[in-house]
Ligand binder design. Structure first.
Ligand code: SF4
Ligand code: SF4
Length: 311
């Protein structure tokens, strides 16, 4: 395997590496989660992925009240109120990690890890035999991989130099000049389609969808295989007529390999709390399996590719 030394040295910020994943592209995969996303989806289930910086998570249920964090922090970020509640002045946190290092109970965790492409590649290659036997590979997810264009491009190129199957899970909200060079090194684009209505897209994600839809078309025109992924969020984008429109659009993409419906789940609530945020999504029930199957069947009627239901 020959990778460019320049690629191997490129640095990026990731927040997780998940091995033996089976929902983010074909076969058994390693998913590398990059930190930073330009969208603000109300249903985001990885809120710790949004900030492009390292950040401190506090898991209150693990805290034993030892006070080591108060002693460790040079910026006075931690304090305890008279009622015993833990106060965290996040505005003055510089993500140095001293408090999380001192926290014996692992109630404090610094989210985000600066890594080189070489570091990620060596981690990824540990499971090469599983990729070969299952048709799997590596998936870059996030966050938004194209929000770290140099790192994403170098990592994809290094993986492809190693003959690995590569997938990128993207919102499509990135300049075409960033996406295009990556396509040569990408086996499959997992393209999230959240809402086709521009106003609704702005309302639920904070951004317009014109660039996203233009990029979807450009990726297809460039000949790159695409799997469309649709989060199904009750009350936001799950009307049957909306899924019909997505199916109609999907049917026009010559390189489409499949459509995957991802039912919303509300399991990220504790993640929001741990980083001092709250979800902006009104309380909604997760869609039932029957509802997801009903929507999948609607898409199948208009679009001749496999439609699957995932997590
Ligand atoms: S990460 Fe550093 S600056 Fe932030 S709270 Fe912990 S010790 Fe203080
Ligand atoms: S160091 Fe950890 S366990 Fe101790 S008070 Fe701080 S958060 Fe709680």
């Amino acid at each position: 395997m020959v990778c460019s030394a320049a690629d191997l040295a490129v640095e990026g910020l990731i927040f997780d590496v998940k091995r033996f994943a089976v929902h983010d592209g074909p076969g058994v995969r390693t998913v590398v989660f990059l930190k930073g996303c330009p969208l603000a989806c109300a249903w985001c289930h990885n809120p710790e992925s949004v900030s492009p910086r390292m950040e401190l998570a506090h898991y209150a249920q693990r805290c034993i009240g030892c006070g080591a964090c108060v002693e460790a922090c040079p910026n006075g970020v931690h304090a305890f109120a008279p009622d015993g509640s833990h106060l965290i002045d996040r505005d003055h946190c510089q993500s140095c990690g001293r408090c999380s290092d001192a926290c014996y109970a692992e109630a404090l965790v610094l989210i985000g890890r600066r890594v080189r492409v070489a570091d990620v590649l060596s981690e990824v290659l540990e499971d090469q035999s599983f990729y070969e036997s299952s048709g799997g590979g590596v998936t870059l997810s996030g966050g938004e991989p194209f929000a770290q264009p140099s790192f994403t491009l170098a990592l994809l190129r290094a993986c492809r130099d190693g003959n690995l199957h590569t997938a990128v899970d993207t919102s499509g909200f990135a300049p075409w000049a960033v996406i295009e060079p990556a396509l040569t090194h990408t086996s499959l684009v997992l393209f999230d389609v959240k809402h086709l209505d521009a106003d609704a897209h702005r309302r639920w994600t904070g951004q317009d969808n014109a660039l996203i839809l233009a990029n979807l078309r450009r990726i297809a025109d460039a000949g790159a295989p695409i799997e469309i992924r649709v989060p199904i969020v009750p009350g936001a984008n799950d009307e049957g007529s909306h899924l019909d429109r997505i199916a109609t659009l999907a049917a026009t993409l010559p390189t489409l390999t499949g459509v995957r419906l991802l039912g919303y789940h509300g399991l990220a609530g504790s993640k929001y709390a741990s980083i001092g945020r709250s979800s902006s999504l009104p309380a909604v029930e997760s869609p039932t399996r029957e509802r997801l199957e009903e929507l999948a069947a609607r898409i199948c009627r208009r679009c001749d590719v496999p439609v699957t239901i995932g997590v």
